[in-house]
Write a protein that binds this ligand. Structure first.
Ligand SMILES: C[S@@+](CC[C@H](N)C(=O)[O-])C[C@H]1O[C@@H](n2cnc3c(N)ncnc32)[C@H](O)[C@@H]1O
Length: 206
């Protein structure tokens, strides 16, 4: 069976125009967040599950060195196109669970910033701790996670992807690994996401 752990699952959604997450533009809430005082002005950025790279592109335009990772061939084609356009944006065709700071073919460095939107809710919920371990492994000790968690729907569950989460679940999973430094309500959310998403700024517990 084709599961969301496999690139073909995602590639089929792209090829059948069922890519419900693809708004064909950068995330408006991210563009607004760029104006927030807590948004870093410099630093390398890792974007796991970057899809067509609209948000990764915005980080590159803002001047950051960006590594955009995806494992769907359709998405990687788009990321490759962006990497030819911006010399500070690199694309990587890889299962994000295989990222490694030591292997040049699998990321090969630690990052100042990891930006997350829509990947946490795309992966199987059973792999969430593993995903946070990837963040931990790929982030510099003084780096930050900028995660726009969606959908935060306390008390509700629904089939995914996107798989929902709750504040309680996030605190339980992050505890002992990351400190939650700040929670910033998203502004300019897409209409059906209003009130269901929030930026969380995390730092590694060393
Ligand atoms: C729902 S989309 C969200 C993409 C993007 N972050 C956004 O908000 O538009 C999930 C993306 O993550 C990619 N993805 C899912 N699991 C992955 C994995 N294990 N490794 C790499 N990419 C993955 C999929 O191919 C897809 O492009």
């Amino acid at each position: 069976m084709l599961t969301q752990n496999l690139p073909d699952f995602w590639d089929s959604l792209y090829s059948e125009n069922k890519d419900y997450w693809n708004f064909k533009k950068a995330t408006p809430a991210l563009l607004k967040f760029f104006e927030h005082p807590s948004c870093p002005k410099t630093g390398s950025v890792l974007v796991p599950g970057a899809a067509f790279g609209y948000d990764a592109e915005q980080w590159a335009i803002k001047g950051h060195d960006v590594l955009a990772v995806d494992f769907s061939p359709t998405a990687v084609d788009e990321l490759d196109r962006l990497s030819r356009k911006y010399k500070n944006l690199k694309s990587l065709d890889l299962d994000l669970f295989d990222l490694s700071p030591k292997d040049p073919k699998k990321g090969g460095q630690l990052f100042d910033i990891i930006y997350e939107y829509g990947t946490f809710s795309a992966i199987h919920p059973g792999r969430r701790d593993e995903y946070f371990e990837v963040w931990y492994k790929m982030l510099k000790d003084d780096g930050i996670i900028i995660s726009l968690f969606y959908p935060i729907v306390n008390g509700n569950t629904f089939q995914g992807p996107p798989h929902c989460t709750s504040e309680g679940e996030l605190m339980a999973r992050l505890g002992g690994i990351f400190d939650v430094i700040e929670k910033i309500p998203a502004q300019n959310s897409l209409p059906d996401r209003v009130g269901k998403e929030e930026f969380w700024i995390l730092k590694k517990i060393i």
